[in-house]
Design a protein around this ligand. Structure first.
Ligand code: ATP
Ligand code: MG
Length: 201
């Protein structure tokens, strides 16, 4: 029965590093769709980004664990970190569907910038058969669902947080603070492992 299905949000990202924009988006969608769980899935190597451009998957995974640890509804999956080769969302959703089983309904959470690219993704039809898509607003990016299947897509306005991982990395490189942009434990993790101190991380 559909109403007994477990409702799981899927928050994919590079999380290099994870920041409060990601966490607010996940929290807001959890509440709006009454989700039992939101699973954060750090990418292995994102197919859009070159190998050397991204911090090691293990650091990104651990920062995601630290950032989500206090929320009983947030979990972290190693599915993409463990899969060799570049990360494609279709593989993420297939793996999660297999792990969670048929009694789970998946909600793929994505920012307006990523949503705009979805039509260019591999296997669009299968993507929409595996999950309901939830597009969240993001400052600087207009939220539009044109061309995407309306019955499988919802657009959600979230409190605007003009934070990006790119800006966080640049701040660390410049010696500027990232306090309050990322969770305290992530500030400390970045300092401990001296992440983002130079161009090659
Ligand atoms: P980068 O600057 O390295 O691209 P990012 O801040 O965009 O990092 P990602 O890991 O690329 O972070 O994003 C993961 C997901 O979170 C994407 O769907 C993205 O649109 C969404 N997202 C990122 N930042 C925000 C934000 N401030 N508000 C809403 N959604 C966001
Ligand atoms: Mg991004």
């Amino acid at each position: 029965m559909a109403e007994n299905k477990r409702r799981v949000g899927v928050m994919g990202g590079t999380f290099d590093p994870i920041h409060h924009g990601h966490l607010v988006a996940a929290s807001e969608v959890q509440s709006t769709f009454d989700l039992d769980e939101v699973v954060f899935v750090p990418t292995g190597r994102p197919y859009q980004k070159e190998a050397g451009d991204v911090t090691s998957a293990e650091h990104r995974y651990l920062m995601t664990v630290i950032a989500t640890a206090s929320n009983p509804r947030f979990t972290v999956s190693r599915a993409d970190v463990e899969r060799p080769g570049p990360t494609y969302t279709i593989d993420t959703l297939r793996d999660l569907a297999r792990n969670y089983g048929p009694d789970t309904e998946m909600f793929f959470i994505t920012g307006a910038d990523a949503l705009a690219q979805i039509l260019s993704w591999k296997n669009v039809d299968e993507l929409f058969s595996l999950a309901h898509f939830v597009g969240v607003s993001r400052p600087g990016h207009e939220l539009r669902g044109e061309g995407l299947p309306v019955d499988r897509l919802s657009l959600v306005q979230i409190p605007a947080l003009s934070i990006s991982s790119t800006d966080c990395r640049l701040r660390v490189m410049d010696g500027a603070p990232v306090w309050y942009l990322v969770p305290d434990g992530v500030v400390q993790y970045i300092a401990k492992y001296e992440l983002y101190r130079s161009e090659n991380g």
